[in-house]
Design a protein around this ligand. Structure first.
Ligand code: UDP
Length: 452
């Protein structure tokens, strides 16, 4: 496989949480649209293994996956700090990607003609500039979150006194389209740039204007003011979402029978519960949530890793067997599209939020970190398609009240509001829709040997 005249896109994944999968989906979409372009996808061994368990690449002749060093020294004993793997990985960058890319170029005889990388991997801009090729930065979260990152220094100038934000209730009313966001909603990495990860994000915020394009899993109309502001600051801002819609990716399998279980329930009656790929509430909150479900006898489908089951009170699963189902992993997109689901109890990750919108399901939001508090604020106060929790945490009475709200009359109103957002989403991916046109523009960019 050696041709020097072939466009070769090198895609670099950030190997944590839900980041690698949407990048691979994007590579798949591009590979299907640009058959003469070769795609190399670089990710850590562990993350590649995980991603491949859900994705079938057999029908893509023009995609190859490669493993890069994760930075964990041989025989390393982990301290138990959850951010340790991220910090070790960051230390290994950019050398790990550069080394593997050089090897691949040597093996295939195809020089990289473009870097398409997770926006977090900001050093890609320097690598791309050195190689004389464009950097395409893929932002896996929403437009408001990247906008806020890009305003990190402005936020510090405006809100910090003696290096600290004093009033966490203060809103970001000095930033376009972000007046509902409070300082307390900001990711800690914006509030305190004192860890390696925070410095990585800060460097990213300064680098994205140098990207030939920033690609978002978002769609026109979700937040027009922020969208226009981003467009004025970036060379190109391409909204090519919502991802699940125009993608050629096959529906997930359902070995646990979630969908057939849902078939046996009334319309809009079931609470679907999931906190994404990494998170779980602290045990007392899980107990409070379970007690509320049991007390209200709300049918529930809970995506819960096995190691968390012990956090619930003894007998809960037996007592609620007739109303509940617990699975290790749910085909979330299809679950949320099922008419029986009436509420999504979520950590407000961007993908989960978008998937809930597509399914037409209102949310009860329990955000933890990163962009999740920003998403929650939009869900509750801008789009009005869900509720946050009183005090920000699950309590039995709080959840009972929120279930009444979302499964009751207010939920109907929220469903109408979701309907309006869904319309934007479907319009964006219809023929000549904005996301389709932005995707074409992206596909043209990667097909060129050099982007002029
Ligand atoms: N997901 C899933 N089944 C599960 C739990 C999660 O398919 O049981 C998927 C979900 O559909 C979403 C992703 O995992 O696409 C979670 O992404 P999100 O951005 O919401 O959260 P993160 O994992 O990044 O915190």
């Amino acid at each position: 496989m050696s041709t020097t005249k072939k466009a070769h896109v090198a895609a670099f994944a950030f190997p944590f949480g839900s980041h690698p999968t949407p990048l691979l989906h994007l590579v798949q979409r591009l590979a299907a649209a640009a058959l003469d372009v070769h795609f190399s996808y670089f990710n850590t061994t562990k993350s590649n293994h995980k991603v491949l368990s859900n994705v079938n690449l057999q029908c893509y002749d023009n995609i190859r996956l490669y493993n890069v060093d994760d930075g964990v020294p041989q025989g390393h004993i982990f301290s138990g700090n959850p951010t340790e793997t991220i910090e070790l990985f960051i230390k290994a960058t950019p050398h790990n990607f550069r080394k593997r890319l050089d090897e691949v170029v040597e093996e295939t005889g195809m020089k990289a003609t473009c870097l398409l990388t997770d926006a977090f991997l900001w050093f890609s801009v320097e690598m791309a500039e050195e190689m004389g090729i464009p950097w395409l930065a893929f932002w896996t979260a929403g437009p408001a979150a990247i906008s806020i990152h890009m305003y990190t220094d402005v936020i510090h100038d405006k809100l910090c006194q003696n290096g600290k934000i004093q009033n966490l209730d203060q809103t970001l009313d000095f930033l376009p389209g972000l007046s509902t966001i409070h300082a307390i909603d900001l990711p800690t990495e914006i509030l305190h740039i004192d860890t390696q990860f925070a410095r990585l994000l800060h460097s990213m915020s300064l680098s994205v204007p140098r990207a030939a394009a920033v690609i978002l899993n978002s769609f026109h109309g979700i937040n027009s003011v922020v969208e226009n502001d981003l467009k004025s600051k970036l060379q190109k801002c391409l909204n090519i979402g919502p991802f699940p819609l125009p993608s050629p990716v096959a529906p997930s399998e359902d070995p646990s029978g979630c969908l057939s279980w849902l078939d046996h329930h009334e319309a809009a009656s079931v609470a679907y519960i999931s906190f994404g790929t990494m998170l779980a509430p602290p045990p007392p909150e899980m107990v409070a949530l379970s007690e509320a479900l049991e007390k209200k006898q709300v049918p529930y489908l809970w995506s819960m890793r096995d190691n968390l089951k012990g956090h619930l009170l003894e007998g809960f699963f037996e007592r609620t067997r007739s109303i509940g189902k617990v699975v290790q992993w749910a085909p979330q997109l299809q679950v949320l599209a099922h008419c029986s689901v009436g509420v999504f109890v979520t950590h407000s990750g961007w993908n989960s939020t978008i998937e809930s919108v597509l399914g037409g399901v209102p949310m009860i939001c329990r955000p933890f970190f990163g962009d999740q508090m920003i998403n929650r604020r939009f869900v509750e106060e801008v789009w009005r398609i869900g509720v946050g929790l009183e005090g920000g945490v699950f309590t039995k009475s709080g959840v009972m009240n929120d279930l009444d709200v979302v499964l009751g009359k207010d939920g109907k109103k929220m469903r109408e509001n979701i309907g309006r957002l869904r319309e934007f989403a479907f319009r964006a991916v219809a023929e000549n829709g904005s996301s389709i046109e932005d995707f074409k523009s992206l596909s043209n960019m990667v097909s060129k040997l050099h982007v002029g």
